[in-house]
Structure formats: C-alpha cells, structure tokens
Unconditional design. Sequence first.
Lengths: 317, 270
Amino acid sequence: MQIIDATLSMLDLTPPTKEQAGEFIRLFMECGILDFMVSEKLYPVIEPVLIPGASYYMEIDALSDRRKFPLIKHFLQSKTIEEDIVTIIQMNDTREILHLRNYVSSKAIALRGMDDFMCFEFDIALKEIFSIIDKKKIFFIPENSNDCATAEAVMFMQAGGKKVVTTFAGVGNKAATEQVILALRLNQHYKVNQDLSKLPNLKQLYELITRDKIPGKMPIIGESIFWVESGIHVDGILKKSSNYETFPPELVGQVRKIVIGKHSGLCSIKIKLEEFGYSEFEKEKCLLILRNVKLESSKLGRNISDDELQSIIEGCL
Amino acid sequence: MKIKKKIVDSTLRDGEQCPGVVFRPEDKIRLGLLLDELGVYEIEAGCVDIHSDDLQYLDKLMGQRKNALISLWCRMRQEDMEEACLLQPDLIHVGVPVSYVQIYSKLNKNKVWVQREIKSCLEIANNYGIPVTVGLEDATRADIGFILTLVRQLYSMGVKTVRVADTVGTLTPDRGFDIVKQIHSAVKELNIEIHEHNDLGMAVANSIIMAKAGGSMIDCTLLGIGERVGNCNLYDFVRATETIFDLGIDKKKIKEVEQELINILKSGVD
C-alpha cells in the first residue's frame, strides 16, 4: 500500500521556502510516507531538498518539459496515453466508468474526482473499475466535495487498490493524508510500527507555510481532540484509555487534557483535588464541589478554569 | 425517487459534551426551537444527570416545539431511568454498553448483567408509558453475536429503535454496512439509528453507507460538534446526500441555525 502525499503540489499560492519544503518532506518520511507529488512551479525552488529515498511525482503541462525535472520519477497528464505517462482521468459520474476501456493501454491511470460515489454503490463501482484496469496500475485521487474522500481512499485500499494520492489536512479538496494513514493502520495493519509522533510538527510547519490555522477539531491533528470533559468518558478513559479512544493521544504526538465543566463527574473532581495537592476528601465534599462546578459552568456558559475551580473548592471547605 | 430518512439532532446532547461547549437553559430552548423549525425528526436535548438541576429547559422546549420529538439521553441505571421518566420527555434514549472492552474492562460487569439491567430499565419506562430507544454503545468494537442476541431480546421487550453507536469513531464504511445489514436481517421490524464519530474523518461517509444499508435515522450535530473530534456534521450530511435521501431539511437554513450556535458559543467565552 502506497500513500502519495501531494501537499507540495497544492501550495503554489503560498509557496514554502526551500528549507520548509525539505523539512516537510523529512517529517513526512519519519511518518512513513515515501512518495510525494510536487508542482511544476515549486520544483525549481525545492529541487535541492528532494531527499533521496523518496519518489517524486508531477502533473505536467507540456511533455517536452520533462527534462527540466530530472528528479521526478513519474509524470502525470490529463487523458494522455503515452509510454511513461500516468494518464489522469477526471471521473464525476459512475456511468463514466465504461470510458476507462479507452485507456487500457496506459502505463498507469490516475482516477480523480468521484466525490459523490459513496452515494452510488461505491464497492460495485470499484469492482467494475478493477475489471477494466488492473488495480495495481491505478492511482486513486478522491476529491472531497462531499466529505467522503478519506473514506473512499480507505475503501479503495481495502478493495485491493495499491496507490492513493492525498494531502496534509486534505488541502486542495483531497483526502487527508494523516486520516488515511491512521484509518489504514487501525483497520488494515498498514505500517503499524511507524512512529507518527511528528504529526504535530508537520501541522505547525503547514500552518507556518499556509498561514492557515488548522481547526481545533480536525481529526488526528486538531489541538483539542483529546480534551475530555464528560464524567462517563473521563472515568472510562482513566480506567483504560481504549475504553473511549480509538487510539491514544501519544500515538499521534498529542496529550490528553481533562477539562472541568458542566459535564464533569466525580472522578474529574478527585483528579483535580489530587493535582492541587489536597489530601483525601470525603465523597460528600466532592459531590458538593461537583454540584457547584456544574452550576457555575451552566451559569457562565463555558468551562471552569483551574483558578475558578480552586475558589469553588475553597468555598466548600 | 429519493428515500425518506429521519435526522436526529444531537447538538444539545453529544454536541454539548464537546469540552468548551456549555449551553445555558435559554440557549437550549432557542436552539431546540430552531432545530424544530428546521425539520429534524428528533432532538436529543440533553443528558439525565442526577447531580445537576439543569433540566428546566425541557418543559419549555416541549411546550413550544411544533413537530420534533424531544428525547433525553440516559445511562443504563435504574435510578437515572426513574429520574428520566419523571421528566416525561417524548422518548428516553438509554445507552447500553455492548463491547467487551466496555462491559468487562470499563464496568467490570458481564453480558448477563447487561441483559438483566436493560430489562429493569425498560420495565421502569414501561410503567411510566414512555417509549425507549436503545443505544448499542461501542457497537463497532462489539461481538456481532452478542449484538444480535441483544437486539432480538430488546425487540421482544417492545423496543422499536436501536441506535448503532460508533462510540470511539473507529469504523470503516464496509464494516458499518455489515453491522447494519446483520441487525436488519436479524429483526426486520427494528428501526436502526446511526450514530457516528469523526475521529478518522469518515463520519459522513459511514453514515451514508449505513443509511443505505437500512439505517432509517441518522444522528447529526450542528457544525459536527461532539465528543473528541465530533459527530456527523448535519450540513455536510444533508449536502452529500441531497440526490439520494429526502430528509425534509433545507440545507440553506442549516447555515442560519449554525450561525446562531456560533453566536451562543462566542457569548460563553467571557
């Protein structure tokens, strides 16, 4: 299974510096990604940092320009059938699958689009596609207008596909590389020993390059996805993190944070008391603190800070 | 022809479980009424929480809504169930842990305990005459054999709807399809409700596939807010399925209600 990251083909409007691009590739290689798609425009800047050991791909306008890009292993071009070229086919409707017959002689095919195929028996569509084109020859580039690109990428691989093209955080309306990595790791044993703890560094670098803040609730990389408040979940996670977490925060370089508020339970109060250095507390006191926390949080319409919690505790002593 | 499916909105329950999100009673009433007007089938309005007196909004919401059913989420505990019944919502949703990791490692109980406990809870609701939907918590990591035994038992006890909850958001579409298909073929008459989390970025896709497999109700939240990464985003789901499902919801109006939610969330930050 090969995940090809195409982030560096999507950043022409906010181009990274040579150093940033090199760092981006290096960090992704630490996460196990060894294939990168880059843009024509970015190539001259980043050529010196295209690290050996990875393979590079490019969508190209004029085939005659190929010699300008000596480090590129595979070139892609729309509809072109020629030796050494990966033929890009934009597919927006399941009825277009039959047209693939015109491309059986291509060296390889890049299927792009298919945003809404999840609504139309995607598994059957994949079988039809594989019956026309050898699945090993297909690069799959699902697009995300229907918020299904990651799932389509994963289903393609589960059905026996070998190569998907994705981007960090899904930039450029694609499947998100980090989501596909995790989904395949948890469900298909993809590179299960790979260290992914550098994902937050990648995120920082990405934010620096694009000046675009990743939302706090972005799967895998969002800063607040491992915050937990509700009593039932805190209790479960502390007994065993797999009770309520698909994967532990450390796996993706994050940390868990217990937040206090209206949905807190007794166990969160006990943890905080310990954290603040209080010794044993009887249950009745804890319940009183909990009740006051819930009242205060409801009244404020937000969570309770550590300072506020301190004064609630002092008020209950 | 488009297939009719029903939306259950959980913004006021799972959405509020998102750390940082707290709704005051007046917020819940305002959002609840907007969701009612939007055309969602059911509004999950909150949790039964015996340590909090925070359920006064319920009467007002139920008095003023036009069509939506109002439900409360409840743990599988007899005391919580009693409490829920006293509040008299249209529906009580009770969460039943079904995976071994939840039953054995979280609760330190066993399968027989689960089966006995849910029976007692259903009896309580039955005495009050309040319908119950049952959530199969962590269904996506559970033994399908146990799930099928349980849903047959639930149906024989009068339960009409079970919710398949991907509690930790670990599901891929093909497995989601299988789980729904198997429950559907075990008890055809049961309504199946889908509850997805977006941990791997697949909540919308999973919900689509599971609805196509026979799920008739889909849980969504405004802006996709919910525990951890969040739930299936209402707008994204409606937009993605507008060519195949009739959900009775105008997607442009969702944006207006989202704006109201954004205003509420902002006002809570001091």
